[in-house]
Design a protein around this ligand. Sequence first.
Ligand SMILES: [Zn+2]
Length: 322
Amino acid sequence: MKPVASLSLDLDNKWSYMKTHGDAGWDAYPSYFDLLIPRVLEQLRRHDLTITFFVVGQDAVLEKNQAVLSSLSAAGHEIGNHSFKHEPWLHLYTDEEIETELRSAQEAIEKVTGYRPTGFRGPGFSCSLATLTTLKRLGYAYDASTFPTFLGPLARLYYFMQSNLSKAELKTRKALFGKFTEGFRPLKPYRWRTDAGELIEIPVTTMPILKVPIHASYILYLSCYSELLAMTYLKTALFLCRITGTAPSILLHPLDYLGGDDEKDLSFFPAMNLPGAKKMAIMDRIYSILKDQFEVVPMKEHAARVAKTSQLKLNEPRFATA
Ligand SMILES: [Zn+2]
């Protein structure tokens, strides 16, 4: 029997990238869902894959997105909560604001997709004790907001160097993609201890031992230099997952499926020099490599299997303040 792995796609819309980046016009909530979602669903169907889509509440309340968002649950995929406003400084909110943020997203998502989320991923990997406690109180089964890598500060620097942000805006974004110490967090799933009870954490998998990113965007970025290098890197990571007994939970993003020919306003992102068709071909290879070695399930299923294992470690939530 193959070991388990999971796939999840953070459904960050065009406006949320523009907002974090400080670009004007984000508040009209421009969307690329009508192009993106049918493309992703068709490819997943071809590979017979069921995955988790983390949806932003703000997108679910806009009528223009509702039909295409409901197609996700209609195709049998899991829908997770990715906050309402997608502000990567969620951990700076008050407890009341966090509760409102999580609840309003959950209600909007359920209304449109008919799916009540039981999993959460914080925007920009934002995570805090208050968020975890609120999730537990709201009946969530798992959190998926930790990203154990040492390279978070580098990703942040890259993002800021090309942005139009003021000093104050940079300050609220200073924890974007996590601090260096995030790299010391565990790779394997565990339980958080909160005041409301225990909550399962499924971290975004990075390369075992080295803790460098292995999500699809990173593989696509490496493909700009050499596709052979990129695939060798992915295979090495999955080999290390197998020998360390780490069930990989691989992160996907909309821009893994959209090329520079599809989306001209987000050219500040890495790998946007690749055309959409090329990215789709690389994603085909990534799915095939993963499926060869693992049984790929949605995150809810991954969490349910993890919950059954007895040796799940219990961790105290520790987060740097502000
Ligand atoms: Zn996001």
